[in-house]
Structure formats: structure tokens, C-alpha cells
Design a protein around this ligand. Structure first.
Ligand code: KG4
Ligand code: ZN
Length: 332
């Protein structure tokens, strides 16, 4: 079955066609990053307006790239939340219009479930259920047990900022633009992770995360020492990244052990982070669990992951009607 996925929860307008929940026939992502950069972050109204302009061309591009006509689709999956509500509504309405016009089954997908499904795309090496998942994006940081497609159990989440949000806010303080996560990652490559002592919060406090204390510690460091340049900037980025990675990895290891699980999926934009990927690979080798991380382009927002999650919902007989609506906060 061919499923058309539509994603518009934040600043990417995306459409994709996925076959049987696994084979990506097309994967089109139009990023608005350049539009929002001038403001140092995503401006919701500008995002909504850009989705309105881009959604039809993106859909046309995804259908053309897949080499199909709309008549060959078996269903449509669209992100219904969580995210910016004005942005989500554009994708939801586009999905409803096509479903109505073509008489196609429609399903709403939780964006977070989409991220967890990215690991099943275009690869024969996929995790079995149940497995543990670390979901780290710009809006969420969660440790989850995936029991099956559509069946998730939350073990821990952030008490304040999400990991990606912390990267972006610290990067912004350092004058690294938006989104700063990838730039911090790049600079950290040549920095000394032990150069600046930062707090390691939430040790011994279960599976929840907290990142705002680290952000404050960086702010205090900047007040005392001024804005770093050159090697000092790289060192600060490396130190901050190391303390985020340390917290993410130590909690994830605790959860794997406590739940007796052997397979770990890492998902969301922060799963692109090289420090996190390298540390997890080392731990997987040392402790003998299996690590599954999607390629970077499938860690950040895309519609192929939404089509995959939607495929499994459609296959189970789930259907949304034309009253489908967007929801800003939506738990997994
Ligand atoms: O999953 P995503 O594309 O969107 C959300 O659902 O939030 O994640 C975006 C987040 C941003 O905060 C971005 O800075 C962060 O992922 N990110 C990274 C890296 N690449 C993206 N953070 C650290 N290192 C990276 N290489
Ligand atoms: Zn996302």
C-alpha cells in the first residue's frame, strides 16, 4: 500500500510517499529555516503562512518524485500534533481536501510517533518490539518503551527544556544563529569537553531529564568570562555538548537495564548529534545492546516517518473523519 505522508508541525513543509510502511518512494522537505533565521527562532505566524504557500507545491513534488498518480494511493497520513497549531492546521486541511476529493482513507499521526518510526524506513535492519527509544528533538526529550506500532509507554521526560531547545538556546547565547544545535555540534568537534566545568543535573533522580541548569551555568560562565571566540568557543561547545550527552546516555542506560531491553532506538533532530551518536555506539559495543539510529535526514522532521506511522494505523483499520483537527500538545 502506498501512503502519502504530510508534515507541517513546525518550520518544515514536508510530503512523502512510502510503500508498505518501509520503502520510501519520495521524501520532500522544504525547510523554512532561512525565513526564521532573521528572528533567531521560529515565528509561528510566518511558519503558518509559509506552509500555506508551500504545501501544494511540496505535495506535487512528492507525488511526481514517487512517479505515481493520486489514484494509486491507499491512504493519507498527516501530523495532527504536537506542534504549532497554525502550522499543523495547514497540513491537516490539505490532507482532508485530498482525502475528500479522492475518497481516500485518512489518519492523523502523532509527530512523536513519526520520529520513532523513522528507523523502519529503507533498511532491512529494524528493531523488534518491545524496544527502548530515546526521543530527543527541539520540543521533546523522552525515554519510551515501544511495545508495538502505536503502543508506547513513557518512562521519563524533561522537566524543563528539551535537549534540542537547550542546544538552540545555548547556541543563541553564543551568537551561533538558529537553529544552533548543528553549529554547536560542529564546533564541539575541535573542542575539549573537559575545558569548562558544567553541572551534571538529575543524577540519581530517576529517568527524567533537566537541561535548564546547564543553560544557566553557561550564561553565568559568559557573564564572568565574556563571549568566547576561537578555541575557547569550541571548548565551551564541547563541554556543554558533553554534559547534555552524559545526561541523555546515563539515563538511557539505566532504563535499558531496568527494563531488561536489548535494543535501543534513538530518534528526533538531536539524534543527528555526533557526540551523542559516538557515545551511544561506544556504550552499545561495551554493553552489548543493539543500537538503531536513522540517517540524519530522517532524524529531523520529514513526512516519510509520518507516512510510516500512518501506514500501521491504517493497516489496523484506524480512520479519521473530516472533523480531524490539530492539537498543539499531544502526548505520545
Ligand atoms: O526533530 P526536529 O527536526 O524538530 C522537532 O520536532 O523539534 O529537531 C530539531 C532540533 C533543533 O533543536 C536542532 O537544533 C536539533 O534538533 N539538532 C541538533 C543537531 N541537529 C539538529 N542538536 C544537536 N546536534 C545536532 N547535530
Ligand atoms: Zn520533530
Amino acid at each position: 500500500m502506498l501512503v502519502l505522508g504530510i508534515e507541517s508541525s513546525c518550520d518544515e513543509t514536508a510530503a512523502a510517499v512510502v510503500e508498505d510502511g518501509r520503502i520510501v518512494r519520495s521524501d520532500t522537505v522544504w525547510s523554512q529555516v532561512a525565513v526564521h533565521q532573521a528572528y533567531g527562532g521560529v515565528v509561528p505566524e510566518i511558519a503558518s503562512r509559509a506552509h500555506v504557500v508551500n504545501v501544494v507545491p511540496v505535495l506535487e513534488a512528492a507525488i511526481a518524485e514517487a512517479g505515481i498518480t493520486l489514484d494509486e494511493l491507499g491512504g493519507i497520513a498527516v501530523t495532527r500534533g504536537p506542534g504549532l497549531v497554525g502550522a499543523l492546521l495547514v497540513g491537516v486541511q490539505a490532507a482532508k481536501a485530498i482525502a475528500y476529493a479522492r475518497g481516500l482513507p485518512l489518519v492523523g499521526v502523532n509527530h512523536l510517533e513519526g520520529h520513532l518510526c523513522a528507523v523502519f524506513l529503507d533498511t532491512p535492519r529494524v528493531p523488534a518490539f518491545p524496544h527502548l527509544a530515546l526521543l530527543v528533538s527541539g520540543g521533546h526529550s523522552e525515554i519510551v518503551i515501544a511495545r508495538d506500532f502505536g503502543r508506547y509507554e513513557l518512562l521519563g521526560s524533561t522537566r524543563d527544556d528539551a535537549a534540542g531547545e537547550a542546544f538552540d538556546k545555548v547556541g543563541k547565547m553564543l551568537g551561533l544563529g538558529y537553529p544552533a544545535g548543528p553549529v554547536v555540534d560542529q564546533l564541539a568537534q575541535t573542542g575539549d569537553p573537559n575545558a569548562v566545568k558544567l553541572p551534571r543535573p538529575m543524577r540519581g533522580k530517576g529517568l527524567d531529564f533537566s537541561f535548564s541548569g546547564m543553560k544557566t551555568a553557561v550564561a553565568t560562565h559568559l557573564q564572568r568570562n565574556g563571549l568566547p571566540v576561537g578555541q575557547a568557543l569550541a571548548d565551551l561547545c564541547a563541554s556543554f555538548q558533553a554534559s547534555v550527552v552524559e545526561q541523555l546516555v546515563s539515563k538511557t542506560m539505566l532504563a535499558l537495564e531496568a527494563e531488561g531491553l536489548q535494543q535501543l532506538v534513538v530518534a528526533g533532530g538531536v539524534a543527528c548529534n555526533r557526540g551523542l551518536r559516538e557515545r551511544l555506539e561506544r556504550e552499545a559495543n561495551a554493553r552489548g545492546f543493539e543500537l538503531f539510529v536513522p540517517p540524519p535526514k530522517r532524524c529531523t522532521d520529514n513526512a516519510a516517518m509520518i507516512a510510516c506511522a500512518g501506514h500501521h494505523r491504517l493497516a489496523r483499520g484506524e480512520r479519521a473523519d473530516l472533523a480531524l483537527n490539530a492539537t498543539a500538545t499531544l502526548p505520545l
